[in-house]
Design a protein around this ligand. Structure first.
Ligand SMILES: [Zn+2]
Length: 408
């Protein structure tokens, strides 16, 4: 990874340094609704063609952020519609407002470079008397897979334009799942809709992550607000007053590219925080053995083991070592683990059976991610000498050593 940030190119429908939003130039149909007209979303260089001849939809690399921005901005009227559906609590006197709770949707990639949002999830009612209130909004993932996930959009009823640390951690975890599935060349987007506290129009800000390797360290949470996205999808303009927040009858769709393109590659981004190794299981034992099992993005059901014992190193891939392959198959059959306390686990009783006991079991420390059945995950460090995971590690060390001589 480079040590410094590359020159930042501006893509999408974001406010430029001179205060204007880009408008879709050239091309055909589906023209943008930019405010100043004729400007392209990229910084314009000396040798670039005139801005009004550049169509962001003509290039996959610029079409996807253009469409993602359109979907992020178009979430505002969708959220207002949901507020209107909820009724009096969120639409007092028939005027829907986003002040009463958070709303959220996933960004979903469609065919080509198209991006949509899935259904809108409303959060719990905000306690406006409590400045420390935190929403428990849990965005419904209906229709979203690691293959079509492109990010998320959610509102902040308190007007905060920055992602919280929790927002950022969740965004990183979701992006990692997509990258692990092979989408290391893509960028993922998070839109924060900051709700005006005096009934003005909300502000839409974009934060992004990628492209980068699946096992690269996560970038730190931004401490400066992200670029402002063209609010053309918003049903109100700066000059309208509070009574016109009821814009749900005036929904506009922001400009998006209609055509399909092949997936585009993009740029690098530096990262400066280190977290649990996402694509690895790392285990160390009381004898000084260290076993690392790592995977490669998109290579499902394959892994490489790196084993260090007494200054010697083995490095084997499952495709080369049948005994390591068998160990991976055994790993897949290991039982799930539940966190305690034991007395409240299902089946706990005074007659519950004793587990098998290995008096001289090696004591292992394991770092990995634990996955729930819905594929949500938590970082975990486990320590112990007993049970199927500790036994499996000891057996796997023996299997790898039997694959052949150490590499060094
Ligand atoms: Zn948030």
């Amino acid at each position: 990874m480079p040590d410094t940030l590359p020159d930042i190119e501006v893509f999408g429908q974001r406010r430029k340094p001179n205060g204007t939003f880009p408008q879709r130039g050239g091309g055909s149909g589906g023209g943008g609704l930019g405010d100043e007209g004729g400007e392209h979303q990229n910084e314009v260089g000396e040798n670039d063609p005139p801005p009004d001849q550049i169509d962001p939809c003509a290039d996959p690399e610029t079409a996807l952020p253009w469409n993602a921005d359109a979907a992020g901005a178009a979430a505002v009227p969708k959220f207002l519609l949901k507020a209107a559906e909820i009724g009096f609590a969120d639409a007092p006197n028939g005027v829907p407002t986003l002040l009463n709770r958070e709303y959220g949707s996933f960004l979903v990639r469609g065919s080509g470079q198209s991006v949509e949002t899935n259904q809108v999830t409303p959060g719990d009612v905000r306690d406006q008397t409590n400045p420390n209130w935190v929403s428990t909004l849990t965005i419904d993932p209906t229709g979203v897979t690691v293959a079509n996930y492109q990010g998320d959009v959610h509102s902040h009823p308190n007007g905060n334009e920055l992602p919280s640390q929790a927002d950022w951690d969740g965004f990183m975890a979701n992006n990692r799942a997509a990258r692990e599935s092979g989408r290391t060349g893509e960028t993922f987007y998070m839109y924060i809709i900051a709700v005006s506290q005096n009934c003005g129009p909300p502000t839409v800000r974009v934060y992004q992550d990628g492209p980068r390797a699946a096992n690269s360290p996560d970038p730190a949470r931004p401490t400066e607000v992200g670029p402002e996205v063209n609010p053309d999808a918003q049903p109100v303009s700066n000059s309208l007053t509070c009574r016109l927040c009821a814009g749900f009858g005036l929904i506009l769709l922001s400009a998006s590219c209609a055509s399909a393109y092949a997936a585009g590659e993009a740029r690098h981004q530096t990262a400066d925080t280190e977290r649990w190794p996402y694509t690895q299981l790392v285990a160390e034992n009381s004898l000084g053995h260290r076993l690392e099992i790592s995977t490669e993005a998109g290579a499902f059901n394959h892994a490489t083991a790196t084993l260090n014992v007494d200054g010697q190193t083995w490095r084997v891939a499952d495709s080369e070592c049948p005994r390591f392959r068998a160990a991976l198959d055994a790993f897949q059959a290991l039982p799930p683990l539940k966190p305690g306390p034991a007395l409240v686990l299902p089946g706990a009783s005074a007659e519950r059976p004793m587990p098998p006991y290995r008096p001289h079991g090696e004591r292992w420390t394991i770092r990995a991610h634990l996955y729930a059945p819905d594929w949500s995950s938590m970082e975990v460090e486990m320590r112990g000498s007993q049970g199927p995971y500790a036994f499996w590690l000891t057996d796997t060390v023996a299997a790898i050593r039997a694959c052949g001589p150490p590499a060094g």
